[in-house]
Design a protein around this ligand. Sequence first.
Ligand code: MN3
Length: 199
Amino acid sequence: MAFTLPDLPYAHDALAEGGMSRETLEYHHDKHHKAYVDKLNELVAGTEWDGKSLEDIVKGTYQKGAVAQNGIFNNASQHWNHAQFWEMMAPKPGAMPSELERAITESFGSVDDFKKKFTEGGVGQFGSGWVWLVKNADGGLEVTKTENGVNPLCHGQTALLGCDVWEHSYYIDFRNARPKYLENFLNNLVNWENVASRM
Ligand code: MN3
């Protein structure tokens, strides 16, 4: 069965007040994300991956230590990453649920220290990639960064929060100011209820 582009869980202009414009979402969701889905369907057709779940394809095609991953992996992982990313944001997001705040404070010392670490991770990802808040198998939380489409599934971790630091994610709204984009993401866009539900 072919993969499909999921609708955004809000209108294209719903995040504008929070700092992510309609134009960014029109390009990022309608064009970039759609291209990953279309390419994935094209590449998977007639292969051993045809009919497999997205998670199985991501994990099964990941090549440990490979800088350049193969086409099926790149498009499958980017489809998965973006589908999570849209869900991880919300217009007018609410406060952080207390169980998440507790877990973050335990692992990072404070919510502010976590935000600092997450921003540094995103700024420090040289070139395209993602910054994540993950839950490890032992239950501890960690901030990680990954190159290109690589994601926590590849490392057996649970993705609680991810932020796309490819230039297409921020160039329209923040130009080259990746740190500002990350700070704005954490302070105005993250759907903390969604993050907590992933624990
Ligand atoms: Mn992207």
